[in-house]
Design a protein around this ligand. Structure first.
Ligand code: PLP
Length: 381
């Protein structure tokens, strides 16, 4: 039986991405490799709608977040860390290891961060030098409106560091247009590529901070990575994961050929249709406000703490979904929809959710497939 991955990383990459990972290797010190890097730069800049450079690092998302922390934060800095879930907390912990003083702001589980709250906490906390935000909180399936949060901040504002690990590629993510200073992401979610590459983008203000501060990390020294990228024939300081870079190039080409906005709309359409079907069945989305629901991952509450059992039954039926983290362990299942999927996959996931709910004695209602399909049809693309 085929296994179908609906986890928030890794995801199932398109066939051309898998093929690209197996093309014969080039040396990372020859011109062909520099051309690959140039293409990656251009494609990432298009996706981010921003000027470069975009630094690619051999790491997962956590490594990219740590790269932001060690290059931009220092002992004694006052950092306002706004969290609405497990990954906001992780970013906070990473930042705290630099010796920065952390001022935590916690938003209840399942809710998005409100622009007014961030502004109010910032105004109430003198001396803040950096602000940490999560674009898409994967542990709850909440997407924060970073553009609106930044727009609500005073003009004189701290450095803004954003975790875009589970948003980039799946939804609009425009750090430069929004006024963000540093953004970290990775390949194995919205960028529909296997895991292993960290993505880092900085604003001119972010780069100035990097130059002034210096990096305590030898490997993740952003100024050094930039210096190599700015050569006539760009390079990396250390041996890069060449095959993964080829795969990422194919994935970015796939997204560009389709059109970024068409792809984003497709992810949102999947999320809405899935949610409509699940609700019709009697399952309750963790995120109450529809406008805060993620296009990348949907969290559904499972009654009686049976989340793990539901996951196990779904796995036996051929569909792999994720469970809850921290206080949500056992209470939710998370269905990710980053891959190139459409109505057949919506129907497959809903069918397995129904089977699992029935097996668990949760008395799911029928008629859900019609509700899901009506929602599917209501979206134009
Ligand atoms: N931040 C967010 C929002 C995430 O979703 C994840 C992983 O799921 C991470 C950080 C950590 O990324 P990684 O597991 O690639 O290190």
């Amino acid at each position: 039986m085929a296994k179908h991955l609906f986890t928030p990383g890794p995801v199932t990459p398109p066939a051309e991405v898998v093929r690209a990972e197996t093309i014969p290797l080039t040396s990372h010190r020859e011109p062909d490799y520099s051309y690959l890097l140039l293409r990656l730069q251009n494609r990432l800049k298009d996706l981010l709608d921003a000027d470069g450079p975009v630094v690619l690092l051999p790491s997962s998302g956590t490594g990219a977040l740590e790269t932001l922390a060690v290059n931009l934060l220092d002992r004694g800095d006052k950092v306002l860390s706004v969290s609405c879930g497990a990954f906001g907390e992780r970013f906070r912990e990473i930042a705290s290891r630099t010796g920065a003083e952390i001022v935590p702001v916690d938003v209840p589980v399942g809710q998005a961060v409100s622009p007014a709250l961030v502004r109010e906490r910032l105004e109430a906390t003198p001396g803040v030098t950096a602000l940490l935000l999560t674009h898409n909180e994967t542990s709850t399936g909440v997407t924060n409106d970073i553009g609106a949060i930044v727009a609500a901040l005073p003009e004189e504002r701290p450095l803004l560091l954003v975790d875009a690990v589970s948003s980039l590629g799946a939804m609009p993510c425009e750090p430069q247009n929004w006024g963000v200073d540093a953004l970290a992401s990775t390949t194995q979610k919205g960028l529909i590529t296997p895991p292993g590459v960290g993505v880092v983008w900085l604003s001119p203000r972010g780069w100035r901070r990097v130059e002034e501060k210096g990096s305590p990390s030898y490997y993740f020294d952003l100024a050094l990575h930039r210096k190599y990228l700015e050569k006539d024939l760009p390079e990396n300081p250390y041996t890069p994961p060449v095959s993964l870079f080829s795969a990422l190039d194919a994935a970015l080409g796939f997204l560009a050929d389709l059109g970024h906005s068409v792809w984003f709309d497709g992810r949102r359409r999947f999320a809405r249709s899935l949610c409509a079907g699940a609700e019709a069945m009697g399952l309750v989305p963790l995120v109450e406000a529809p406008e805060a629901r993620s296009s990348g991952v949907t969290a559904l509450m499972v009654p009686d703490g049976k989340g793990q059992e539901m996951r196990n039954i779904m796995r036996a039926l051929g569909v792999e979904v994720a469970g809850g983290q921290g206080t949500l362990r056992g209470k939710i299942v998370r269905v990710a929809h980053y891959s190139d999927t459409g109505w057949p996959e919506v129907a497959m996931v809903l069918g397995c959710l129904y089977g699992a709910a029935l097996d668990l004695g949760l008395e799911p209602r029928t008629g859900f497939i019609e509700k899901a399909f009506l929602e599917w049809k209501a979206e134009t693309r």
